[in-house]
Design a protein around this ligand. Structure first.
Ligand code: FES
Ligand code: FES
Length: 1015
């Protein structure tokens, strides 16, 4: 029967206006047929279950989930995908407005969003905002908070009414497959992204081609709402994510995972099992790992095995890896494999792990405490003694799933002859960390590993840890064949890291004026079965524990606890969002007890320039929290009055308004975290930013380019960019901790300044000279004088000053792997046509290099020191409506004021704020990961377009002198204040003080009942 169902049949249909035939199993999902039979990978797959909408296409003009439509069902039908122009050219029109509005961040949801919008606009010429929300309600976006998508769709509708014929517009210059006639869409491979997403060598083009409008940003780049440089391939559906590309002959891999949270196991004869299954090439066990069978973030916490050895510590842990044809690895069931399980009672949750006599998960951590963080300043007891009011509480937060729409995927393959090298192409936030980890696991020198990041369909911290990389590398190493894998949604959610659940005991005191006198916090974080980023959370939380407030006396302790739960790792904020729920509730408590306004108590304690933090750091420069609060004051007063009016006549649907503040140190905590950027100018005039900072959707590629362009003095459109490839870019560190704008931004600025210095020296020009680059001719205008350099006539940068053994740009520079080729050539004397063929660096005539490491100091035993170069600050207000009968909460509006130092690209900054607020809203009201129970996007709910309230933003630019053009990070700050602001608003509406997230209706109901009982 099963064979009969898989029997391939021929199906004919009209695809993007063209007659198309496909041969596929009749019940094969349409998404599968589009992607694998027809090569149209613009249709994305995030869940295969109808939950995420990433696979949305039009079937006879109506949006459907292509993962739920059987291929046989489309025989004779009309199908529209993102690769086409859409009915009446609507997809083209929407592409342009999506780019202009910054409606695509990571871009994995973008094809589905575009098709859902086409469906609406083809039916409704003047849709309301609500109709737009409903139309895209089935497509999940984890990055944008939906608001810019909605704006873009409304603008597309408006422009359609004014101008029914779509025009070539911003961004279409790169869409070489577009505009070739109404029946023609993008052909596979016609678009710009013929290589891998991030790793490709990209030309940047906002519309110079195809007779489009010239670049609309002739002035300074910094501060401009520049469309993202990698945006076109996202709206065209040609970006290559982890599942979108692999060598044609790649084998498939499937990982067999533990069904138990804690168990011992023995393996039988796996080679016999392998031989029994046709098409199965290997069943990999821990014995096949050629190097160290472990990985982890820190040198002393490599505690997670690539493949388990005799015991498992969480449900979903990798035990075996099947490698073979796709049909073979999918046909072999877990029950067919010789694994004898011996389950044991798991330690689920912090209490079980800390119980007296609890077995240790890891011998190195008796008592199951992985690590401790600590901060102490002043005299806490004396501070409490001064108090006019004291507040305390115990706060509990949940596991939160990253829920990026792209499950982990990629491939690995051997490259080179002989012992050769391994190339791993996968979605990641940290290519150089992947490189180190992969080399360890293979037991080879790091020079034998190349990491080529694909486009990353959302990360938020969840793709900082390796996932598929070591497994793929081992499989490719053992088989000496290319091997690919795509995690299922359930596998992704069950096996990768989460936000740490926390239990926080907190106590704070204030004098009669509301000035804080003391705070005490003890915070335990459930780090799950393996360490991951637990030490980072335990170190970061003490610094941020009392929030962005002046307090002279503090004692804060944090622990990361091993349990048999899913490993917890990095997730937008590293523990700070959990701590913010505690400190902001205490601020509301103190305000209530002292009869103070909630805004006023925060304003009175807000850290300001010149203040000393709890870790003893004097904030010498940018500290814009007072300005953020001042920006909100009018909204705060108006909202309080509005809510009071509403509640006077609405006894059931009560409204409330809440406020919360946050701060977040940009970069690693008291540790070096340098970034290096290179800008190369070649003989033919090609100007390339070699950028190792992976853009996970937040827009770092665009921001870094804007910085580099202004620092060099050339417009951004003359640049090309290489992103993330460890063979072609230097180590820019991981994309996390809100560090890329600050750290890599400074590196890009320094690289550009270095190159500019060399150019000015060549031209003997002054510092204010203006540059122009046209082909191989570089013109330097200095006042009345002008000089043109023929770049084609310059010697190779790598052959300059051979007597010094090193080109000037590299002198004094500690090379990363990517620079070894250039150095080798420099040592050889470089130059020559032969060299040029072997090494493209020899075509480089000038090169600027910049490295920047934030000026920090390690923290001492009392947590005192300079943990961060600078901090982002914010204050957010939430207005909610609570149905007292149903105990449901609707967020009505958020107003957010963020001090970002300088908004390099205000559109992208707003996008980060919207996306962070959406995730904060989910954390407050919706999201709770329960291992084994909510491992899909049906049971685990993230905000949809309909859940997202309007958001108003104030961008506060309190310039940070150490930031590039004054900028600081905004990635994590966007999220941190949202959940506490919503909790504060619910309390205002209902009088219920909430101490546990998420505030699901049953929890709020119980709290309302308790409040009623105590009245
Ligand atoms: S992949 Fe089809 S709805 Fe998620
Ligand atoms: S842009 Fe929507 S999921 Fe990333």
């Amino acid at each position: 029967m099963a064979a009969c169902l898989r029997q391939a049949v021929a199906v004919s249909f009209t695809l993007n206006g063209r007659p198309t035939a496909a041969v596929a199993a009749p019940f094969a999902p349409l998404a599968e047929t589009l992607r694998h039979e027809l090569g149209l990978t613009g249709t994305k797959v995030g869940c295969e279950a109808g939950d995420c909408g990433a696979c949305t296409v039009l079937l006879d003009g109506e949006q459907v989930c292509a993962c739920l439509v059987a291929t046989a069902q489309v025989d004779g039908a009309h199908i529209d995908t993102v690769e086409g122009r859409g009915p009446q050219g609507l997809t083209d029109r929407l592409r342009a407005v999506f780019l202009a509005h910054g409606a695509a961040q990571c871009g994995i949801c973008t094809p589905g969003m575009l098709l859902a919008a086409v469906d609406l606009l083809a039916r409704v010429a003047e849709p309301s905002r609500q109709q737009v929300e409903e139309a895209i309600g089935g497509v999940l976006c984890r990055c944008t908070g939906y608001l810019k998508i909605i704006e873009a769709i409304l603008e597309a509708a408006a422009s359609q009414r004014c101008d029914p014929a779509p025009r070539l517009h911003l961004g279409q210059g790169l869409g070489q497959g577009l505009g070739q006639g109404p029946a023609q869409g993008l052909e596979l491979g016609q678009g710009p992204a013929q290589g891998l997403g991030q790793g490709m060598d990209q030309g940047l083009d906002w519309g110079q081609g195809a007779g489009a409008d010239p670049l609309p940003f002739p002035g300074p780049s910094v501060g401009a709402r520049l469309p993202r440089v990698d945006g076109w391939c996202k709206v065209a559906g040609t970006d290559r994510f982890g599942a979108d590309a692999a060598p044609a002959d790649a084998l498939w891999m499937r990982v067999v995972r533990s069904p138990y949270a804690r168990a011992r196991f023995t393996l039988g004869d796996v080679s016999a099992a392998s031989a029994r299954a046709l098409g199965l090439l290997a069943i990999l066990t821990h014995k096949d790992v050629p190097g160290e069978n472990s990985f982890g973030v820190f040198a002393d916490t490599k505690d997670q095995p690539v493949l388990a050895e005799g015991c498992v510590r969480f449900r979903g842990e990798a035990v075996l890896a099947l490698v073979g044809t796709r049909a073979a690895v999918e046909a072999v069931g877990d029950g067919d494999l010789p694994i004898a399980w011996h389950p044991e009672a798991p330690l689920c949750g912090i209490d079980a792990a800390l119980a007296p006599g609890a077995p240790a998960l890891h011998p190195s951590s008796p008592g199951n405490v992985l690590t401790r963080g600590h901060l102490k300043c002043g005299d806490v007891n004396a501070g409490h003694a001064l108090a006019a009011a004291t507040a305390k509480g115990v706060f509990e937060t949940q596991f939160v799933e990253h829920a990026y729409i792209e499950p982990e995927a990629g491939y690995a393959m051997p490259i080179g002859a002989g012992p050769g090298r391994i190339e791993v192409a996968a979605c990641t936030q940290a290519p150089y960390m992947d490189l180190e980890e992969t080399a360890r696991v293979l037991g080879v020198d790091r020079s034998r590993v190349r990491i080529r990041p694909t486009a990353c369909g959302g990360g938020f911290g969840g793709k900082l840890d390796v996932s598929v990389q070591p497994l793929l590398a081992v499989a490719a190493w053992v088989t000496q064949r290319p091997v690919r894998i795509v995690y299922t949604r359930t596998e992704s959610m069950a096996s990768t890291t989460k936000r740490h659940p926390a239990r926080i005991r907190a106590k704070a005191s204030a004098d009669a004026h509301g000035r804080l006198t003391a705070c005490e916090i003890e915070a335990d974080f459930n780090t799950g079965a393996y360490a991951s980023w637990g030490p980072t959370v335990a170190n970061r939380v003490p610094v941020h524990g009392m929030g962005p407030y002046r307090v002279a006396n503090a004692r804060i302790a944090a622990r990361a606890i091993y349990t048999n739960d899913t490993p917890a790792g990095a997730f937008r904020g590293f523990g700070v969002p959990q701590a913010a729920i505690a400190h902001e509730t205490l601020m509301d408590d103190l305000a209530q007890r002292l009869g103070l306004d909630r805004w006023a108590i925060r304003r009175g304690n807000a850290l300001d320039r010149g203040d000393r933090t709890c870790s003893g750091q004097v904030l010498a420069h940018s500290a814009g929290l007072p300005k953020c609060l001042d920006a909100l004051k009018g909204d705060w007063d108006a909202a309080l009055a509005r809510v009071a009016r509403h509640n006077a006549s609405a006894p059931r649907r009560r409204r409330g308004v809440g406020i919360a503040c946050m701060w977040y140190g940009c970069g690693n905590t008291g540790l070096p975290n340098p970034s290096t950027m290179r800008i190369k100018l070649a003989r033919d005039g090609t100007l390339t930013l070699c950028n190792g900072a992976v853009d996970i959707g937040q827009g770092s590629s665009t921001v870094l380019l804007q910085i580099a362009a202004d620092a060099l003095g050339l417009p951004p459109q003359v640049f090309r960019m290489v992103v993330g490839d460890t063979d072609l870019t230097a180590d820019a560190g991981k994309t996390s901790a809100s560090r890329q704008t600050l750290v890599s931004g400074n590196a890009a600025r320094l690289a550009a300044e270095d190159l500019r210095r060399q150019i000015l020296l060549l031209a003997n020009a002054g510092p204010d000279a203006r540059l122009a680059l046209k082909g191989a001719r570089l013109t330097i205008a200095d006042g009345e004088a002008s000089r043109t350099i023929d770049l084609a006539a310059l010697p190779s940068a790598t052959s300059w000053n051979p007597g010094l053994g090193c080109p000037p740009a590299l002198r004094g520079f500690k090379p990363g792997l990517a620079d070894q080729a250039a150095l080798r050539q420099a040592e050889r004397g470089g130059g020559g046509a032969g060299c040029e063929q072997r090494d493209p660096d020899s075509a480089v005539v000038l090169e600027g290099i910049g490295t920047w490491d934030p000026p920090t100091t390690p923290l001492d035993a009392d947590g005192q020191g300079i943990p961060y170069a600078t901090y982002g600050f914010a204050a957010q207000m939430a207005e909610v409506e609570v149905d007292l009968v149903l105990a449901t909460t609707k967020v009505v509006e958020i107003v957010a004021a963020h001090d970002v130092g300088r908004a390099i690209n205000p559109m992208l900054v707003e996008g980060q704020i919207h996306g962070g607020i959406a995730q904060g809203l989910g954390m407050a009201l919706l999201e709770e990961f329960i291992p084994g129970r909510t491992e899909n996007l049906h049971d685990y709910l993230i905000p949809t377009a309909g859940d997202m309230p309007p958001v108003r933003t104030y961008l506060i630019e309190d310039a940070e002198p150490c930031g590039p053009f004054g900028a600081k990070g905004v990635g994590e700050p966007a999220l941190i204040a949202t959940a506490p602001a919503i909790l504060s608003a619910i309390r205002h509406a209902t009088g219920v003080r909430l101490t546990r997230t998420p505030v699901l209706p049953h929890r709020l109901w119980q709290a309302l009942q308790r409040r009623g009982a105590h009245r």
